[in-house]
Structures are given as C-alpha cells and as structure tokens.
Design a protein around this ligand. Structure first.
Ligand code: 5AD
Ligand code: SF4
Length: 469
C-alpha cells in the first residue's frame, strides 16, 4: 500500500525523471474476455486524454466498454480535484455505486486521477467507501492492468499512489475518442504553484516529454489520417525548460508544423512563459491555429500578486496586444471571482480588463478553497451571495463579447473541420480554427474533412453556415 503524501507532493527535487516504456504481462491479455468496463471521466483535457490511455489498456486486455454502469464488471472513476463541485460529483457517484455493489458483490470498483493524489480523499475512502477495490494516482496509470488483475483475486483495498516526482511512461496503448482530432501530451505536471491551485500537488513536478517522442507520435497520427493535434500540458509554455538548454515551445511548434498536420493547437498557456518568439511562430505558420487560451484569472494586480501569478495587469495587457496583432486570432481566458480578499474595486478591475480585451470567450469560476494550498489559509470575508452576483455580472459581459466576436464572422468564409452529423437532420457540425462550433447542411462523406463554410447566422455559443463550393 502506498498512500498519498502532501509533503512529498510539494517537493521539487533535482532527480532525473525516469522515462520508461509501457509493459504488460502476457497472462493479463485475456483478463477482460467476456467482461465489461464502465469509465467515468471528470475534469480537464489531461484527464480526458488519460482516460483514452485507460481505455487503451482495458481494450488491450480484451475488456469491452459499456455505457450502462449497472451492466459493468469493472467501474473506474477518473477524478478531478480542481474545485469542490468536481469532488462532490465523484463522491455522489461513489454513493450510487455503493448501492449497486450491495446487490452485485463481484463488481470491481477503482478510483484514479487527481482526487487519488489527495491525502484527505484517500482517508475518506478507507473509512467510508470500503467497497472500493483499488486506488491509483496520476503518476502510475500504467499500473492499471496489474492492480485490476489483483483485485479479481482479492477484495482487500489496494492503494498505489506515488506522490513524489512522477515518471514519464511512453507507449501506453490508446483508444482515441475522435478519429480526426488527437490529444498529444507534451509536458506533465506544473511548477508554478499559483496559490489557489491544487494541480502542482496532484500532477507533480514539471516533466517535458522528449521532442523526438512527440514528433514521432504526431507523424503516426498524420499517417492515420488525423487532421488536428492539441498539444497538452497544464502549462505548455514551460515546455523544454526541464529538459533542454535551448529548445522551447516555439521550437517544438516549428518541428510539429513540419509534419504537415493541417491544424496544431496547444493548451494551456501561462502568460509568464509566453515569449515574443512564440508570438512570431504562431503568426508565420499556417497550420498553427490562430487561437490562444491565455488565463488571466483576475484584472487586479493586487489579487494577481496574492494568487502568485507572476505578472501584473499591465504586463498581461502588453502580451495580449502582441497576440491581437496576429490577423484573425481568437483569444480566450479563465477568470476566478471571489478570491480571498477580492474587493468591489478589485472586481471592477476585472470587468475593466474584460472590457478592454473583449475575449472571444472565457471560463469563469467562483474561487474554491483547496486543502493544503496557501490561498486556503487567507481570510475570506466575501459572502457566497456576493460572489455569485459577481460571477453573474462577469458572465453577462463575457457573453456579450462572445456574441460580438461571433457577429463579426457573419458573411465571411472560414475553414471547418467536419466532425459529425448534428441533431438537425441533414446538418453537419464542425469547428473553425478558432474553435467555434458551426452547424451547416452537408453530406456525411464530408466528415473528417476540412471545408470552407460561409457564416450565415451567429448566436452566443454557435454559428450557422453554408458550404462554399
Ligand atoms: N478555485 C476556482 N477556480 C480554480 N481554477 C484553478 N484552481 C481553482 C480554484 N481553487 C481555475 C483557474 C484555472 C482553471 C483550469 O481552473 O481559472 O485556469
Ligand atoms: Fe494551477 Fe497555476 Fe499551474 Fe495552471 S499554472 S496548473 S493555475 S498552478
């Protein structure tokens, strides 16, 4: 049994990161014959991609997937810790599984993902959710086959959560959700330690994948007909810093662009590591999309300092303007309201910043205290009611600018990667380079292709259009 440990999770040692290859015992390959798994994923794209690897391993062991939890022999929850409501949802589902297990004793239940890296969560599972068979963390998802095989033999709770460092495991099998768009990890973990954020504790220290492994993965995706890759990391702009002296995200993007994959995205960017070189690389490569997600979190320099974000309102705006100079670029952001000590004046500065930047869209959140993070110890006098009011006001403004940005697209032609049929008969849906959802009439043989579409109507969250012949 290896329990999560916050003291270890906080450590950033200089030890070399171990890179190893996925391995599986031959005798586990038939473990899943005639068995079904149910997988529930919470949280961000990193978790979604981890679930693609979890699926890949389960399929390799010959399990088949079911979307009906009651029909499963194995239930796996890939969890998220970022805010309290993600916690509550996972515990809510565990409650339902508890009932299910009363009538179906043989089901194996496991929990992984960020919640597994939290001391408090694992303690709670040991006390209140004893029916869980095993727990494993974000650093060792490749242990799934072994842990699962053991749990079919014994009903004793098995906990295997590494807190320190984190390795890089290459060549884990993958079952991708989408046939045309693929996630590719480029960096794991985060060393920024923003004071509100639990990610540096649950995902470990910053570890870049080797450039040749990333490029090889993208080359293989091109051969398989993929049209788009999203390079993933909690802070992609730190790519390479832990591995190379003179090779960073801008160099990697140039090399990935040479694979000729039609579209390259990258998320998420921290403004601190965003270099001028990177702005130039986006500007001068057609297959690096004109889209940047640049979380600002707050428009008040005082609050940004308390958040440990390492930039001011002014320096954010300076970078923002450089990016806006790229023709056709779309910029989105994340904003937290109600950070401890945020005054009406601080909040007004956030609204001012939104008025100045006119983001194409934004994810907005009420601050959620996370156990063991520095911000959780700060005095917070703002009532929930006040925070909800601020969120409401902010969302109204964000939606106004989203609609404005969509309105500007009217009558213009954009390339759309067609992903499937939409609910309206005869219609297809897809996304522009700037990640806007477009619905338009078309034949299904266009699915998987990039086609020019003229925008005929704009709403706040989607667009309608028609194909240009
Ligand atoms: N409370 C609210 N929002 C948070 N985020 C991260 N941690 C918290 C928290 N404790 C938001 C940030 C981040 C996004 C992924 O989630 O805005 O950019
Ligand atoms: Fe969390 Fe900050 Fe790292 Fe983003 S950059 S994952 S907000 S600590």
């Amino acid at each position: 049994m290896e329990m999560p440990d916050y003291k270890l999770a906080r450590k950033r040692s200089k030890d070399k990161v171990e890179i190893r290859d996925f391995k599986i015992d031959k005798d586990l390959l038939e473990l899943g014959l005639n068995k079904k798994f149910f997988l529930k994923t919470y949280g961000c794209q990193m978790n979604e991609h981890d679930s693609e690897n979890l699926r890949g391993m389960l399929h390799l062991m010959n399990f088949s997937e079911t979307l009906d939890m009651e029909d499963a022999d194995f239930i796996l929850l890939n969890t998220c810790s970022i805010r309290e409501n993600a916690h509550n949802k996972a515990f809510g589902l565990l409650g339902r599984i508890k009932h299910l297990k009363e009538s179906k004793k043989d089901i194996v239940v496991a929990l992984c993902g960020c919640m597994a890296q939290e001391e408090g969560v694992v303690e709670e599972i040991k006390k209140k959710y004893k029916f869980v068979n095993f727990v494993f963390g974000t650093h060792n998802i490749d242990k799934l086959p072994k842990l699962l095989a053991n749990s079919f033999k014994t009903s004793k709770l098995d906990i295997e959560v590494k807190s320190c460092e984190g390795d890089i495991v290459e060549n884990i099998p993958v079952t991708r959700e989408n046939k045309f768009k693929a996630y590719v990890n480029i960096i794991y973990g985060c060393d920024k330690f923003c004071t509100y954020c639990i990610v540096p504790y649950t995902r470990g220290k910053q570890r870049s994948r080797k450039r040749e492994d990333i490029i090889h993965e993208v080359e293989e995706l091109v051969k398989d007909g993929y049209q788009e890759v999203t390079l993933l990391g909690q802070n992609v702009n730190a790519y390479g810093k832990d591995l190379y002296d003179d090779y960073d995200l801008s160099n990697l993007l140039v090399d990935v662009a040479k694979t000729n994959i039609p579209r390259i995205r990258f998320i998420t960017s921290h403004p601190w590591d965003f270099t001028d070189n990177l702005v130039e690389v986006i500007k001068h490569h057609d297959n690096i999309v004109n889209f940047v997600h640049l979380p600002v979190q707050s428009g008040s320099t005082r609050i940004l300092k308390l958040m440990g974000r390492r930039y001011t309102k002014e320096s954010y705006l300076e970078l923002f303007k450089k990016l806006r100079s790229i023709p056709g670029i779309s910029i989105t952001t994340d904003i937290i309201v109600g950070f401890p000590g945020e005054t009406v004046e601080d909040f007004k500065e956030t609204l001012d910043l939104v008025n100045e930047c006119k983001f194409d869209s934004a994810f907005t959140f009420i601050y959620s205290p996370r156990e063991n993070t520095p911000a959780a110890k700060l005095v917070d006098n703002t009532t929930l009611e006040e925070k909800e009011e601020r969120l409401y006001k902010l969302n109204e403004l964000i939606n106004k600018y989203s609609k404005e940005s969509n309105d500007k697209m009217l009558d213009n032609v954009y390339t759309v990667l067609v992903e499937g049929t939409s609910t309206k008969e005869g219609n297809l849906f897809g996304y522009t380079e700037t990640n806007k959802l477009v619905n338009f009439p078309g034949k299904i043989d266009l699915i998987g292709k990039i086609v020019p579409v003229k925008i005929t109507s704009a709403k706040s969250f989607s667009l309608d259009g028609e194909i240009v012949e």
